[in-house]
Write a protein that binds this ligand. Structure first.
Ligand code: CNA
Length: 241
């Protein structure tokens, strides 16, 4: 099975990797819906989905930041074999685009340059009043609601539930998927839009799914692998290079 994946990667001209939270679980960042994911925890009366809504941020910024700092930020997480494999493909000259729903910046930390962050990044933050930009430290090195020197509330540059994705990112993702001859989908439940529609629109040659649990698209894939994605990519690295 791994040999088949290595061969598909070797012979494809344009590759898109479409990933989600499962790509970073081997870096110690919990996903939402996998076993041990954030949504399986029963912490309180309000669900993570409700806290991560834009209207919740507007009404209860202090509670939002309590949850966000504790559950969404992993400043010391390092890229794992999955991130490193994808950056290696790019470095070796493969035409590869990484489209991620992750907000942890680990693909860029691994060295990937051609990355579309559909849901933004926790590493970027901005003042809701004056627009001034901040790094992650504005959130990690403050307590309560992080504030700009102008007095405005600092907000993560992350797409919260109820917010629209950036049109440019969506268009770039659509274009990359339309041109790809191999789409590798990994570590995503494909339950959040637009992940589901972007993958549904793929008309290229080969679809590979690497996910621990079944997805709606498994029946359309040329290859489905249920093993941890970091381990899979680590194994095939030697076969390719
Ligand atoms: P999800 O719905 O939590 O699904 C993750 C999927 O990955 C599940 O189907 C798991 O079975 C699978 N999985 C977990 N670990 C592995 C592994 N090692 N190898 C293979 N498969 C694995 O997450 P999605 O990304 O689909 O949902 C989108 C949300 C999650 C986005 O809004 C993200 O911003 C959000 N999220 C991001 C992060 C992050 O940035 N690291 C962490 C948690 C949640």
């Amino acid at each position: 099975m791994y040999g088949e994946l290595a061969e598909l990667i070797r012979r494809s001209d344009k590759i898109v990797f479409f990933g989600g939270a499962g790509v970073s679980t081997e870096s110690g960042i919990p996903d939402f819906r996998g076993s041990g994911g954030l949504y399986t925890e029963d912490d309180g009366e309000i669900s993570p989905e409700e806290i991560l809504e834009t209207s919740y941020f507007d009404r209860h910024p202090e509670e939002f930041y309590r949850f966000y700092r504790e559950k969404m930020l992993y400043p010391s997480a390092e890229p794992n074999s999955a991130h490193l494999f994808l950056s290696r493909l790019e470095e070796e000259g493969k035409d590869i685009t990484v489209i991620t729903q992750n907000i942890d910046g680990l693909h860029q930390a691994a060295g990937s340059k051609n990355v579309i962050e559909l849901h933004g990044s926790t590493l970027r933050n901005f003042c809701t009043a004056c627009g001034k930009r901040f790094g992650l430290e504005a959130v990690t090195e403050s307590t309560g609601i992080p504030l700009c020197s102008c007095g405005g509330i600092i907000k993560p540059d992350v797409v919260l539930y109820g917010e629209s994705l950036k049109t440019r990112d969506l268009m770039d993702a659509e274009e990359a998927i339309a041109e790809a001859d191999l789409l590798i989908v990994g570590g995503t439940s494909l339950t959040v839009q637009p992940a589901c529609s972007l993958v549904a629109d793929y008309c290229g040659e080969e679809l590979v799914i690497i996910n621990k649990t079944p997805t709606l698209f498994d029946g359309y894939a040329s290859l489905v692998i249920r093993d941890p994605i970091g381990e899979v990519f680590e194994e095939i690295l030697d076969e390719i290079y």
